[in-house]
Design a protein around this ligand. Structure first.
Ligand code: ADP
Length: 209
């Protein structure tokens, strides 16, 4: 891992590390950078943060609740307009709103799969969340994106399995497409952070072979 000494503020070409973020790791995937940090997604100054929403887009607990609390009511209003127009958001799909009072200019809302033992296409649907969120970012000209660990809270996806799917989906996307400069996984607790670190190491080792 090449970046133990990370800068302490918003800098082009570097990981967005905030005061208080303890764990950080950062690698290059071609030109773009992929970083893992332990921290609070709602405080990230990337152009977009991704919400682990549910199909109603009406807010909820976990990271979803935290985003709406920090971003203010305008995000919920935009979500309501989207649902009124297009209906509930299917699992694996993504939509975008502005970021309200957040540092991030945009919130990309995506719906992770609820874990039911892996029999209902959960790995593909989880990978779709990451791919479709990044595709939407590309379309909007958003170059820096932070993700939480989608589905591993209330939706009960086992974090070891989710981390492998998440890291692979993002690495593959960054290798195959242009327009995104940095993706950051913002992991709330140390144990989730460590699991993602292991998943990133495994992807890197696999590619070297
Ligand atoms: P899901 O319903 O998709 O499982 P949750 O919000 O319940 O989503 O949990 C997803 C992950 O987000 C969990 O690892 C949880 O600890 C984490 N999380 C909760 N709040 C935050 C936050 N403010 N920043 C980053 N991650 C968070």
């Amino acid at each position: 891992m090449d970046d133990q000494k990370a800068p302490s503020m918003f800098q082009r070409g570097f990981t967005f590390v905030l005061k208080g973020d303890v764990n950080v790791v950062s690698v290059k995937i071609g030109k773009p950078r992929l970083s893992l940090i332990q921290g609070d997604l709602t405080k990230q100054p990337t152009q977009a943060i991704v919400n682990a929403a549910n199909s109603s887009l009406m807010g909820g607990g976990g990271v979803d609740g935290a985003i709406h609390r920090a971003g203010g009511s305008s995000i919920l209003k935009e979500c309501q307009e989207i649902v009124a127009r297009d209906g509930r958001l299917p699992t694996g799909q993504a939509v975008v709103t502005t970021g309200g009072r957040l540092l991030a200019k945009y919130v990309i809302h995506t719906v992770g799969p609820v874990w039911t033992g892996g029999r209902r296409d959960e790995p593909k649907l989880l990978a779709d969340c990451y791919r479709n969120s990044l595709r939407l970012a590309q379309e909007k000209g958003i170059r820096t994106v932070s993700f939480p660990s989608i589905s591993t809270g209330a939706f009960r996806y086992p974090v070891e399995q989710a981390a492998k799917v998440a890291v692979k989906a993002v690495v593959d996307f960054l290798r195959d497409s242009e327009g995104i400069d940095e993706v950051i996984f913002v992991l709330f607790d140390t144990s989730t952070y460590r699991v993602y670190e292991d998943a990133l190491k495994a992807v890197k080792d696999n590619r070297r072979r």
